[in-house]
Design a protein around this ligand. Structure first.
Ligand code: AMP
Length: 187
């Protein structure tokens, strides 16, 4: 049973790593960004409300994102573990996650913080060519990360739930490093 939060700036490789680890451990990869992109593509009410925020590189309002999580964590496939990618992204979301996990009588094992230098992040995001990846939006997403999301590093470090991993290695080496800290945690 693994419950892991993958944390880090946009472009750090959270999605790629989450995908690989979810395969290995046969647990769901829960990406709020992917859920939101699907909602936008299928023009649901959530998608309609989220789109402008996503297109400009801002965070989608907390009440919309926070509401997605209990629904997802309560599904059958998430009872054997999960990897959260892209949530929580600010202090309010971190508190909401605490409250939810407590209510579900669960806890996450670790929060893995993928560290990657800014210049590499920008290059990676511009390379993947997603709709919200033009240069202005990319820079805004990084600013939003620094201002609203990065403060969570101290929040989780104080609670000794944070592990830093160098995300600027070959993808397979990053996956191996994450598996290694999770294995140590289990001992
Ligand atoms: P991501 O795929 O995680 O980079 O997310 C893409 C976009 O979706 C972000 O730039 C935000 O606009 C939105 N988003 C994803 N997760 C969250 C979240 N936890 N809180 C607010 N907005 C989010």
């Amino acid at each position: 049973m693994v419950r892991l939060i993958l944390f880090g700036p946009p472009g750090a490789g959270k999605g790629t790593q989450a995908e690989a680890l979810a395969q290995t451990w046969q647990i769901p990869h829960i990406s709020t960004g992917s859920i939101l992109r699907l909602a936008v593509a299928t023009q649901t009410e959530l998608g309609t409300k989220a789109q402008a925020h996503m297109d400009s590189g801002e965070l989608v309002p907390d009440q919309l994102v926070i509401a997605m999580i209990p629904e997802r964590l309560k599904q059958e496939d998430a009872q054997v573990g999960w990897i959260l990618d892209g949530f929580p992204r600010n202090v309010a979301q971190a508190h909401a996650l605490d409250a939810l996990l407590q209510q579900m009588d669960q806890a996450f094992d670790l929060l893995v913080n993928l560290e990657v230098p800014d210049n590499i992040l920008v290059a990676r995001m511009l390379n993947r060519g997603r709709g919200d990846d033009d240069e202005t939006v990319v820079r805004r997403r990084l600013e939003v990360y620094r201002a609203q999301t990065a403060p969570l590093i101290d929040f989780y470090r104080d609670r000794q739930q944070l592990v830093n991993i160098d995300g600027n290695m070959e993808s397979k080496a990053v996956t191996a490093a994450i598996k290694n800290v999770v294995a140590q945690y289990g001992d």
